[in-house]
Design a protein around this ligand. Structure first.
Ligand code: AHR
Length: 503
């Protein structure tokens, strides 16, 4: 039986926010040190200490946004340790991650230099557990203050005269867990305190609901939003919303057991099925959190950010650093499925940050000393960049399921958009690791005369590149596309990600 995709070019939806393609960088393992920062005196080619191979790879996929410095690390981080002459910065330990050494060599100005080098925007996570509203406010004054202000003078003395722009601030990280073990009620009060001092600077993002903890979202919206006792003359209060975005953290394991997440490589089909099933649940999680937000914000002013998402496998004993994992074709299929889900919820989902950018969890990039490879997940971000800022086109999919043991899911996931030049892009993921799908796409309201496509697939479920064979899983042109008056007919191989361009 064939799969049918019906695309409604006659019913375009919202613009897909490029920030859905955001990334997350935390001081953890070799995510920052070696992965991004090698220091100015390194033999690894770098610009002001930031490795050039990594910057070039990230520029190519147009990373829109980077969340930093954590994660759990953010809740222990004091920004003033990471500014000023590097040889005078305090050396510490990273208590969030096995007491790894923390040199503070990569601090605020290095991070801002990094995002400027890759052409992205910054998203800062401020410390609400061991920090204070005053410390966060001083950080924002340091970053954004005019050069003549005291904070701006300090920044200029550290080499940066021009103020930075900080479009997004996250108020804490996982405040139900490593971010202070708070109840939703208690955190709501803390949020209101930070709101009072940080509102003038940026869009504020509420700390993250844990997966399907819908009660968290419900309570925060009840408690953190409030009415001012009387009309205020303060312009910034009228201008910026109390809550810019709500947020969720949701990771994919092979199943739901955090003590047995499954291996990154060499796994059986059962773990493939459990992992894609868990990744697929992202759709329900977003829909249910969104329905709660809809009740207080039917006009959809408040966004939803998936502040952390990605695959998290059991680390082997010989992993070279904390939370380092291999990245295979399965990770790429999960990335494609997840990005399709985000896009199809673009009316509420305005941001997402894959965990994490380099050498940690579902990375874009892996390094080994001076060597660097890009992962299958990187290729999906590369293929999907055509959707950034496109108009979402509804895509209805009907077709066979993928079934294994107790897992039953639609085998094909799809999402479509139209870019500013009128080209329609359709991303199609075949979750079935065994069966190819014949996919017939019909476009309502537009005529497609030509179609081209690219595909990412491989023979085995855990196919992956390595440092000696960096090109082992690579996108290639899709062959055999048939375009007729009414439809585009393609064969989408088992376990693959395809992006079509229709003109
Ligand atoms: O991404 C790794 C960790 O996962 C982050 O520090 C934390 O926020 C989450 O639990």
């Amino acid at each position: 039986m064939e799969t049918k995709i019906t695309i409604r070019a006659d019913a375009p939806g919202v613009t897909i926010d490029p920030n859905i393609y955001g990334q997350f960088v935390e001081h953890l393992g070799r995510g920052v040190y070696e992965g991004i920062w090698v220091g100015e005196h390194s033999k690894i080619p770098n610009v002001r200490g930031i490795r050039s191979d990594v910057v070039a790879a990230l520029r190519k996929i147009r990373v829109p946004l980077v969340r930093w410095p954590g994660g759990c690390f953010a809740e222990l981080y004091h920004w003033h340790d990471g500014v000023g002459p590097r040889d005078q910065r305090p050396r510490g330990i990273n208590a969030a991650w096995n007491d790894e050494p923390e040199t503070n060599a990569f601090g605020t100005n290095e991070f801002m230099d990094f995002v400027e080098q890759i052409g992205a925007k910054p998203f800062l996570a401020v410390n609400v557990t061991s920090g204070s509203p005053g410390e966060a406010q001083a950080w924002l004054q340091y970053l954004t203050g005019p050069e003549e202000s005291a904070a701006g003078k300090l920044r200029a003395s550290h080499g940066r005269r021009q103020p930075y722009q900080i479009p997004f601030i996250g108020i804490g990280n996982e405040t139900w867990g490593c971010g202070g073990n708070m109840t939703a009620e208690y955190y709501s009060d803390i949020y209101r305190q930070y709101l009072a001092v940080l509102r003038p600077y940026s869009t504020l993002i509420v700390a993250d609901a844990n997966s399907d903890d819908y009660a968290w979202t419900e309570k925060i919206l009840q408690k953190a939003l409030f009415r001012h006792a009387e009309p205020t003359p303060l312009a910034y209060i009228n201008r910026s919303p109390q809550i810019g975005m709500m947020s969720i953290h949701y990771y994919t394991l092979a199943g739901n057991d955090w003590s047995n997440k499954g291996a990154a490589v060499g796994f059986p089909e059962r773990e493939w099925a459990l992992a894609v099933e868990r990744a697929h649940k992202m759709d329900e999680i977003i829909a249910k959190h969104s329905a709660i937000i809809d009740k207080v914000d039917p006009e959809r002013r408040i966004g939803l950010s998936i502040n952390e998402w990605g695959t998290w496998w059991t680390a082997p004993k010989d992993a070279p650093s904390n939370l380092y994992q291999q990245n295979t074709l399965r990770d790429a299929v999960i990335a494609g499925l997840t990005l399709n889900i985000f896009q199809n919820h673009a009316e509420r989902v305005r941001m997402a940050n894959v965990a994490q950018m380099v050498n940690v969890l579902q990375s874009m990039i892996l390094t080994r000393g001076s060597q660097m490879i890009v992962t299958p997940t990187y290729h999906v971000f590369d293929l999907y960049q055509v959707h950034q800022s496109g108009s979402l086109l509804p895509a209805e999919v009907t077709g066979p399921d993928y079934t294994f043991d107790n897992v039953t899911l639609p085998a094909i996931s799809a999402s479509a958009s139209r870019d500013s030049k009128g080209a329609i892009h359709v991303s199609i993921v075949n979750l079935d690791p065994n069966r190819a799908a014949r996919v017939v796409t019909q476009v309502q309201g537009a005529r497609a005369r030509q179609a081209t496509g690219r595909i990412l697939t491989a023979d085995s479920m855990d196919a992956r590149p390595d440092f000696d064979r960096p090109d082992r899983v690579m996108p290639v042109p899709l062959q055999g596309i048939r375009v007729s008056d009414r439809s585009i007919d393609v064969t989408v191989p088992a376990k693959s990600v395809v992006v079509l361009e229709l003109r």
